[in-house]
Ligand binder design. Structure first.
Ligand code: AMP
Ligand code: GLY
Length: 429
């Protein structure tokens, strides 16, 4: 796939890559790596049955930075790619690098951009990055005062990692106060934030600590049910490109948000390498950062990597080795991609697991494929549901509308008793 061959072919053998994680995001990463012209030897831990079709999966227990580093060393890999935030915040990249192995992702001190919302706010203030005004609250009185000062709609966020359950947006002051007090009771603290109106956009920016390279913008659908009803989830679907967004959106994010943040992190002596996930609101007053994450987003990665034509192995290796500036411009598939998440019964509350999944083979066509997340294989080789978000079905097409139709035709061929999915992902875009 183009000029990125050069560096990878310098290895005496096929480049060997270990992907950490077990979701559809990691399946999308592994799939993109498997299609790289350098045909890397792929390993994953713990992986899932879908990833196992293209990589050798290894158990990972305990899931600690040290066990990740030990596995990387045992397999003698050239690159480790960390998918989820928890190992990043715990220092997995630091541990892998200490063994002299290249690792894609930020060191713990830089992953704090996701691990602590107040830290992210401090960095944004120092870098002049536009975001919602906020006040921290460490006790009930501070919380009540902050809610009064900032006003409705109330936005209350757990400062720390909370697996998607840390944020409450509500007009109900008692509910806002109760959420904050619950976080504080567990020994944490919250920040109360100004409400940001307008559509949300995700832009992943790859960095090696100095150079910043944007991927294609995407949008995800966070609420469980059609029409943005129901509880927040990890994400029920996504699409890319955003044909309605301003032409200079990426440039604006790069100039006012991504580069200043990367520069500020380097200035502090904790350079951020990996994916800076910019969660943005396009408000009536301009672009604002809703949140930073220190990793690829799920399910946006499923559509962004569906469209990336440049080999992913070289991009991630160049980021991990500080060589992004030498990379030729990224090549993109002009087609659109849409992904629809099939979730287990009762997701996101307490998902029902163990249901039989069928129809996957017929759902795969030249313009559709199925990425796995919460799945497991039983002893008889049957595929069962094993988590909340079970599958992420991807469709490609000349327009968002065609990609969407492709994705939903594939979804219709899949059966999992009790499962649900949104029917309005990317509708009207
Ligand atoms: P976060 O974990 O910070 O991304 O928040 C999760 C979701 O809560 C976001 O995707 C938004 O939909 C919503 N949210 C977070 N912060 C704000 C805000 N300041 N104003 C409005 N909605 C917000
Ligand atoms: N799609 C939201 C996230 O990955 O955090």
């Amino acid at each position: 796939m183009g000029p990125d061959r050069t560096h990878l072919t310098r290895y005496a053998r096929r480049v060997r890559i270990l992907v950490i994680g077990s979701g559809a995001r990691e399946h999308a990463i592994a799939r993109a790596l498997s299609q790289d012209s350098a045909s890397p030897e792929l390993h994953a831990a713990p992986g899932n049955p879908g990833i196992a079709e293209i990589a050798t999966c290894h158990p990972l227990s305990p899931n600690t930075p040290e066990s990740i580093a030990d596995l990387a060393q045992r397999l003698a890999v050239d690159l480790v790619v960390i998918g989820p935030e928890a190992p990043l915040v715990q220092g997995a990249v630091d541990a892998v690098r200490a063994h002299g192995i290249a690792c894609f992702g930020p060191i713990a001190a830089a992953a704090r951009l996701e691990g602590s919302k107040s830290f992210a706010k401090e960095v944004m203030a120092a870098a002049g990055v536009p975001t919602a005004g906020c006040r921290p609250a460490h006790n009930a009185t501070e919380l009540a005062n902050a809610l009064d000062a900032i006003g409705r709609p109330f936005v209350v966020k757990d400062d720390g990692l909370a697996a998607g359950k840390g944020v409450v947006v509500t007009n109900d002051k008692a509910q806002a106060q109760a959420h904050g007090e619950a976080v504080i009771a567990k020994g944490g603290f919250v920040i109360v934030e100004e409400y940001l109106d307008g559509p949300e956009i995700s832009l992943f920016c790859i960095s090696d600590g100095t150079t910043v390279l944007p991927l294609a913008p995407a949008q995800d659908f966070k609420r469980a049910y059609d029409g943005d009803a129901g509880p927040n989830t990890g994400g029920m679907g996504a699409y890319s490109p955003l044909t309605w967004a301003p032409d200079d959106l990426t440039e604006q994010v790069m100039d006012t948000i991504a580069r200043p943040t990367i520069t500020e992190m380097a200035r502090r002596g904790t350079p951020f390498a990996g994916v800076l996930y910019c969660g943005l609101a396009l408000t009536s007053r301009g672009l604002r950062v809703v949140e930073f994450n220190a990793r690829f987003g799920d399910p946006e990665t499923q559509v962004v990597l569906a469209r990336l034509r440049t080999g992913l192995a070289e991009v991630l290796l160049a980021a991990a080795q500080g060589r992004l500036a030498d990379l030729p411009p990224l090549q993109w598939d002009p087609r659109a991609a849409v992904t629809v998440v099939i979730a287990a019964e009762n997701y996101p509350a307490t998902p029902v697991t163990g249901g039989l999944i069928s129809g996957l083979a017929s759902a795969a066509t030249p313009t559709t494929y199925v990425l796995q997340a919460g799945t497991k294989m039983d002893d008889g080789g049957a595929l069962l549901s094993a988590g909340g978000r079970v599958l992420s079905v991807v469709g490609l097409g000349e327009s968002v509308e065609t990609a969407r139709r492709q994705a939903y035709e594939a979804v219709a061929k899949i059966s999992l008793p009790g499962s649900h999915h949104r029917t309005d992902i990317a509708a009207g875009r």
